[in-house]
Every structure is written in structure tokens, then in C-alpha cells.
Design a protein around this ligand. Structure first.
Ligand code: NDP
Length: 305
């Protein structure tokens, strides 16, 4: 079986792979580079521990309405671990009953570990975000950091929970649709304790924002080359750094503007790598070669689709 093949639900009816299988499920999924990233890590891990020589990671295109059936079949076929991407993270949270405590406030899961009769849900996106920010922007989410988070969808919710659980000094959330922003703030408020959480309109910023904000883009603005900026960085008082969760394209309007202003900037590739590394640690209970995963992602993204 080629690792670049995209499998369908019907392929599980004649599944013949006898090793330890892992998979990512999404819709669409054919552009996912997770198979290349995980299979490169597994090949490296097999050099130290032969048990990993029989592990392999696949990708499946699964429509949202087929997710419960697909997870049942994957369990019956002895799959060991699953990653979930758009649009499955929230859907799975609603019917997987065994979700680890740290993922419960997020309301979304991106990693499943096989347990006896079902799956246990985790969310490794926040871990991926904080590790990428540490590695690429040399910043630790902590009481010294004020964060301006852009967006109020699933990725923003995970980022907001990570910021609050890491104890940032303050959290500002800006989203073009006020109602989704306010709903997000209401959901995360119980986690804030003494951390101030403010909602903003990205088009009407107040002039008393703090200096040195870490700007995190969790909107989809920047996925298309014609997209406009999710926020104008010149409207902020000297931001400290900009992190864009988007990694494809690798350069977004926000990152271009940040670099032009001399603001440290990083795209979401490191987040992708670290969330994947944490998932593989959960499944393998072994040390994972993060650098090998990063190199594999870089070359997969350069390869023709
Ligand atoms: P959702 O669809 O749940 O949310 C999208 C968000 O983007 C909403 O807040 C929406 O605002 C906002 N938005 C969409 N288009 C625009 C626009 N043109 N201008 C301003 N705001 C806009 O998506 P997700 O939360 O799942 O994903 C968001 C981004 O994060 C995606 O680009 C995704 O690729 C990236 N991501 C990266 C990861 C990584 O590992 N690096 C992991 C997960 C996500 P509104 O409420 O007004 O509609």
C-alpha cells in the first residue's frame, strides 16, 4: 500500500494490513502531509526499537456523517491510534465519552488512542501551539505575556484554553463576527480565574491596548492569496511577535506585514509538527524524533501534489 494513497471507508471492509496501523481522518484529506510526517518518524524509531518497523500511518477521506461508523470499523480492524482533522474534531468530541480532562474544556479532540471497547480522546493542538511559539519565537506562554488571539472557531478555542491554562497575563480575542467571539468568551470564562479576557472588534481597536502583544492568528484569513489581513499590525502598539497557525501557504499577508515591520513571525508548521509529535508519543509511549518529522513535512510540502 502506498503511503500517499487516500483510503475510503469501503477500504476497511477488505483491510489486510497486519502491522500496527495509525491513521488521520478528514474531509477533504488528500493534501494532508501527516502520513509522510509520521511514517518518517516511525522509520527513525524502528532503528532503535524494531517493534516500530511494523507500524504504519494511513490517511482516510471520511465524510462527517460516516465518522461514527468509520471509528467502529477502525476499532474492529485493530487500528491503534487516530488523528482527526477538519471537520471531525468537534463531531467526535460529541460522541466519544472517554475524553481526557485537559481536552474537556476545548470541546474538540484531534487524537484518539485505542482502549478496550472504544477510543480515548485527547487534544494535542494546544501543546503544538505552545511548543512552536517557544521554539520559533522564543516565547513561553506565561504570566509575562499578553496575547491577542484572532478568530473564534475551533482552532481559536483550543488556543484560548492553552493560553488560560498556561496562565498568560491577559487575553484579548478579536473576531469579525461579534456573536461567535462573545460565545467563545462565555465558554472559556470559567477557566480564566483572575486572567482578564477582553473581546475586540478587529476593525475598531481601542487605543489602550498594551504594548508587546503576542498576536496569534487562528482565523482562516490568509489561506487564499487574495485574503486580506486578519488585523492591521500597524494599529497595535508595538506587537512583540506574530504567530500564524496557517502553514500552507507558508507566507500569509499577516506574516509578510510582520516581517516588513521587523516583528518576529512564524507560521503554523511548527504547531503541526509538535501536535503530531505529541500524538505519536501518546500512541507509542516512546521518545519521538521531532526533527525528522519537521524535515519530512518540509519535503512533503515541496513535493508536487
Ligand atoms: P473555523 O472554520 O472553525 O474558524 C474560522 C475562523 O476564521 C472564524 O473565527 C472566522 O470568523 C475566521 N475567518 C474566516 N475567514 C475570515 C476572513 N476572511 N477574515 C477574518 N476572519 C475570518 O476554522 P478552524 O478554527 O478550524 O481553523 C482556523 C485556522 O487555523 C485555519 O487556517 C487552519 O488551517 C488553522 N489551523 C492550523 C493548525 C496547525 O496545526 N498549524 C491546527 C488547526 C487549525 P467568523 O466567526 O467571523 O466567521
Amino acid at each position: 500500500m502506498s503511503e500517499l494513497k487516500t483510503y475510503a471507508l469501503s477500504d476497511l471492509d477488505n483491510w489486510t494490513f497486519e502491522g500496527t496501523a495509525l491513521a488521520v481522518l478528514g474531509h477533504p484529506i488528500k493534501h494532508s502531509v501527516s502520513p509522510q510526517m509520521h511514517n518518517a518518524a516511525l522509520a527513525e524509531m524502528a532503528k532503535r526499537d524494531p517493534r516500530f518497523a511494523t507500524w504504519k500511518y494511513f490517511r482516510f477521506d471520511i465524510a462527517p456523517e460516516d465518522l461514527p461508523v468509520a471509528l467502529g470499523k477502525l476499532h474492529a480492524r485493530n487500528f491503534h491510534g487516530i488523528n482527526l482533522t477538519v471537520p471531525h474534531k468537534v463531531i467526535a468530541f460529541d460522541f466519544i465519552s472517554d475524553v481526557v480532562l485537559s481536552a474537556q474544556p476545548i470541546g474538540a479532540i484531534n487524537t484518539l488512542m485505542r482502549v478496550k471497547d472504544s477510543w480515548r480522546g485527547y487534544n494535542t493542538d494546544g501543546y503544538g501551539l505552545s511548543n512552536a511559539i517557544k521554539e520559533e519565537l522564543l516565547l513561553v506562554l506565561s504570566e509575562n505575556i499578553d496575547v491577542l488571539l484572532l478568530g473564534a472557531g475551533g482552532a481559536a478555542r483550543g488556543a484560548a484554553v492553552e493560553c488560560l491554562q498556561s496562565g498568560v497575563r491577559s487575553l484579548y480575542i478579536a473576531n469579525r463576527t461579534a456573536s461567535t467571539r462573545d460565545a467563545l468568551i462565555a465558554q472559556i470564562k470559567p477557566l480564566a480565574h483572575k486572567i482578564p479576557v477582553h473581546g475586540l472588534d478587529p476593525a475598531k481597536l481601542p487605543n489602550d491596548l498594551p504594548e508587546n502583544l503576542l498576536v496569534i492568528n487562528a482565523t482562516s484569513a490568509g489561506l487564499k492569496p487574495t485574503d486580506s489581513l486578519p488585523i492591521d499590525l500597524t494599529a497595535l502598539p508595538r506587537p512583540r511577535a506574530a504567530f500564524d497557525m496557517i502553514y500552507n501557504p507558508p507566507e500569509t499577508p499577516l506574516l509578510t506585514q510582520a516581517r516588513a515591520l521587523g516583528i518576529p513571525a512564524a507560521n503554523g508548521l511548527g504547531m503541526l509538527v509538535h501536535q503530531g509529535a505529541r500524538a505519536l508519543e501518546i500512541w507509542s509511549e516512546a521518545a519521538v524524533p521531532v526533527d525528522v518529522m519537521r524535515t519530512a513535512v518540509h519535503s512533503a510540502m515541496k513535493a508536487p501534489a
